[in-house]
Ligand binder design. Structure first.
Ligand code: S3P
Length: 170
């Protein structure tokens, strides 16, 4: 059965964390991020986990995180890493809101951020933009399939995105 969480899903750098924080301000819910949870559990950066342990190890941590959310988290806003949708129990975790943008729109968003360098550096799967574009194309159909709500976020202000989500979620 689906839980009462709001799950923000989408490709790396689309703005899930930013939208989650803004959404939390407009509701009585708390916002958490699965990458942040994993980093604090492990006391090291995602980048280091990928480099030292490999991607499969990271995916297992995501699974632990998904299991914890399913068992223990409700009435929350949860932004998830771009590959989190692959967890088999993902659909149960809440209403899945897909933040949709073109690949170029995402790269533009990242590169325009004041901390652009760090935003790129911290994401192991964004180091080679050609490979990242392939991954994007591969994932879009899966994002669409798993989404309960789709929000086009390209060139939109965070506040407008939040308004749209709140309108659609009722
Ligand atoms: C990943 C996305 C990242 C992070 C990890 C893997 C992915 O999160 O979980 O680097 O597979 O798309 P963001 O989507 O928050 O960048």
């Amino acid at each position: 059965m689906k839980k009462d969480n709001i799950i923000l899903m989408g490709f790396m750098g689309v703005g899930k964390g930013t939208v989650a924080r803004a959404l939390a301000k407009h509701s009585s819910r708390f916002a958490v991020d699965t990458d942040d949870l994993i980093e604090s559990l492990q006391n090291r950066r995602i980048k280091t986990i990928f480099a030292k342990e490999g991607e499969e190890y990271f995916r297992n941590l995501e699974q632990e995180c998904a299991n914890w959310i399913e068992k223990s988290v409700s009435n929350s806003i949860i932004s998830v890493g771009g590959g989190f949708f692959k967890r088999p129990n993902f659909k149960n975790l809440g209403t899945i809101v897909y933040l949709q943008s073109s690949f170029d729109g995402i790269i533009h968003r990242i590169k325009s951020a004041p901390n652009a360098k760090n935003k790129l550096k911290k994401r192991p799967l964004l180091q080679d933009l050609k490979e990242a574009k392939k991954l994007f194309k591969l994932r879009v159909p899966s994002y669409e399939a798993v989404a309960d709500i789709v929000i086009d976020v390209e060139n939109k202000k965070t506040d407008d995105i939040v308004k749209e989500i709140l309108k659609k979620i009722k």
